[in-house]
Design a protein around this ligand. Structure first.
Ligand code: G6P
Length: 620
């Protein structure tokens, strides 16, 4: 998704290197174009440099055509309105290049505004909705840039996180937020604006998260947050907890590799300080659910997108087993537009869990808001501290997995399952009958052992790499699993298609007979997720069905499960350590993450920046 970085300082530092470095930090979000605009100082105007392509290309352009100044704005664009092309890259300007603007989000009435502005003589050079904003601000009278931005936004329908500069007010950056995240970085004699904390982390840890409707004014010596009536607002200063090393490769070839290998530590971090050995499973202070609230819950809806949705599907099994509460799991994008009957009985009997690594996914946020409007209590399972979902939820569980930079989510998935287990255990323990103290203590034991077991699963990497060599030329792949491991089949298939561009489908193993079996032949690798659990013998029967049709099989099983390759049933068998069945997805997914990673490498794909994908989807 698009990324924003802006900088203004009292002249000690040049803006361009800071902005380019900030753009590099935002690259992981996914983008196709990049650009910078700098105010040159008293009356000398604004210089804009932009192109369709990578930040490295923009850096080369700036080396050839330097621009010097102490403040400016920059952007990485992920195309929505208009193709990835230099003319559509941000920053965008008004007719006289006196205003420059960068923008995340979508202006829904852009075409109407464009027609009206064109009618008044404005000339457009791009197809973007953002350029419309630049002309709209140009057209709007006002004494200051902030007054003009506030007045212009009165006419705008849609979402935005934006930063604007004006040639007549050098050193000033005006920021506005509605629906797209923006934060301010507060430095020592310098100020930043960014769509993502990673862009400012090396300069400051002090950040102010803007709320929807906020306008911020940064100058080299001050910052102020205003409302739409230009009244000053108080916003708290937050301390970023992430270290700089967390957003750097630290000797790894890719962020995805680093994040896969980090999982023993990230799972430990999700568990840290939370496990209780007194039968209550977990201490979850941020959840804001009293034992009485837990007892009242009659139904749970999980809403999420992508990998987080897969974690939600695993979570359904876990919560239903531990807490004995019916759970539905829905794509947030579908949930938000579905009519939901209001629950009967007293408020709070319905609980909605929004799962999101970034805490900014537009559909998940809106689904959470829709659930609340329909009378549900909402909690978030979120990684990014201070993100919108985390702030808007009634309570929640932070993953504490550290920044996830690789576009293909890995460590967030395993930590999400851990957090859902803590939640299921907490609900179960506080509801009396569903989880007795013996079972609670067994669960705590299994969770404590997990990081060590994940390390053992990661030791399969050389075997996985060898298998990847045999399958990397495939055009299609099928992933099959059952029960709590069906979502792992979906996740394995998603990982493969996201980064290696091999078409892959995940299916419930028993459902294969109702259609996908028609696809099986010697060219179709089939990955079975078949750990030790009650459906294992049935999944083995499904393997026979595939084998009988010539399919090539990779089975992910558990240590202690029978030998499948000796009798020729499967081509490859990988064994992960044994744990309780509800936690097995955390182990079975590890070889699938590694398989996708090594397959993508062998195919020469850009693992951390897969084509067309964005790390955090902040538009509908
Ligand atoms: C995008 C990312 C996925 C992620 C999904 C949900 O599609 O590429 O990796 O799973 O968004 O993101 P969230 O931040 O809400 O978990």
């Amino acid at each position: 998704m698009c990324g924003i970085i802006g900088y203004t300082g009292s002249g000690r530092r040049e803006a361009v290197p800071i902005l380019l470095q900030g753009l590099s930090r935002l690259e992981y979000r996914g983008y196709d174009s990049a650009g910078v605009a700098i105010t040159l100082g008293e009356g000398r105007g604004i210089v804009t440099r932009k192109l369709a392509g990578r930040v490295t290309a923009l850096r080369e352009l700036m080396d050839r055509l330097p621009a010097h100044g102490g403040s400016g704005i920059a952007h990485t664009r992920w195309a929505t309105h208009g193709a990835p092309h230099t003319r559509n890259a941000h920053p965008h300007s008004d007719c006289h290049e006196r205003i420059a603007i960068v923008h995340n989000g979508i202006i829904e009435n852009a075409e109407t505004l464009r027609a009206a502005l064109a009618g008044s003589g404005h000339q457009f050079t791009s197809e973007t909705d953002t350029e419309v904003l630049a002309h709209l601000i140009e057209q709007t009278p006002g004494d200051t840039l902030e007054a003009r931005v506030i007045a212009a936004l009165e006419h705008v329908v849609g979402t935005y996180g934006l930063a604007a500069i004006a040639a007549d007010e050098p050193g000033k950056i005006v920021v506005a937020r509605r629906g797209s995240p923006v934060l301010l970085g507060i430095g020592d004699g310098e100020y930043f604006v960014a769509s993502d904390a990673s862009a400012v982390l090396e300069h400051t840890r002090a950040v102010v998260y803007l709320d929807d409707g906020d306008i911020a004014v940064l100058t080299p010596t001050s910052y102020q947050v205003l409302d739409r009536e230009a009244r000053v607002q108080r916003r708290s200063l937050n301390d970023l907890q992430w270290d700089l090393e967390a957003i750097e490769l630290g000797g790894h070839a890719h962020f995805m590799q680093k994040e896969i290998l980090e999982q023993p530590e990230t799972i430990r971090s999700t568990l840290r300080g939370r496990l209780m050995g007194d039968g209550s499973v977990a201490r979850l202070n941020g959840l804001n659910l009293t034992p009485a609230d837990c007892a009242d819950v009659r139904r749970i809806d999980i809403v999420a997108c992508g990998t987080s949705w897969h974690a939600g599907l695993v979570g359904r099994h876990i919560i239903e087993e531990l807490a004995d509460i019916p759970v539905s799991v829905e794509y947030a994008s579908e949930f938000r537009y579905r009519r939901r009957p209001r629950p009967s009985g007293k408020p709070g009997t319905r609980l909605t869990i929004a799962i999101s690594q970034s805490g900014e996914t537009a559909d998940t946020l809106e689904a959470m808001r829709a659930a609340r409007a329909a009378g549900s209590r909402v909690v978030g399972i979120v990684n990014v501290v201070g993100s919108t979902i985390a702030r808007e939820a009634d309570g929640g569980i932070y993953l504490h997995a550290g920044p996830e930079i690789g576009v293909a989510s890995t460590k967030a998935f395993t930590s999400q399952i851990v957090a859902l287990t803590l939640l299921g255990g907490y609900l179960g323990a506080h509801r009396g009958q569903s989880l007795d103290s013996k079972k609670a203590d067994e669960l705590v034991c299994s969770l404590t052992e997990l990081p060590g077991l994940v390390s053992q699963a990661l030791a399969l990497e050389p075997e996985v790499q060898a298998i990847a060599r045999q399958y990397s030329d495939a055009h299609h792949a099928m992933y099959l699993g059952r029960g709590v491991n069906f979502p792992v089949a979906l996740e394995g298939a998603l990982k493969l298609k996201e980064i290696s561009y091999i078409h892959a489908e995940g299916y419930p193993a028993a459902e294969m007979k109702h259609g996908p079996i028609a696809l099986i032949d010697e060219h179709m690798p089939v990955v079975f997720v078949a750990p030790h659990d009650e459906v294992y013998p049935k999944v083995v029967s499904n393997m026979h069905e595939v084998r009988a049709r010539g399919g090539r099989i990779l089975a992910i099983t558990t240590e202690g499960n029978g030998d499948l390759s000796g009798g020729g049933l499967v081509d490859h068998q990988l064994r992960v350590p044994r744990t309780i069945p509800i936690l097995s997805p955390i182990l079975t997914v590890i070889p699938l993450q590694l398989l996708a990673y090594h397959t993508a490498l062998l195919r020469g794909c850009d693992v951390d920046r897969p084509r067309n994908l964005a790390k955090s989807v902040t538009v509908e």
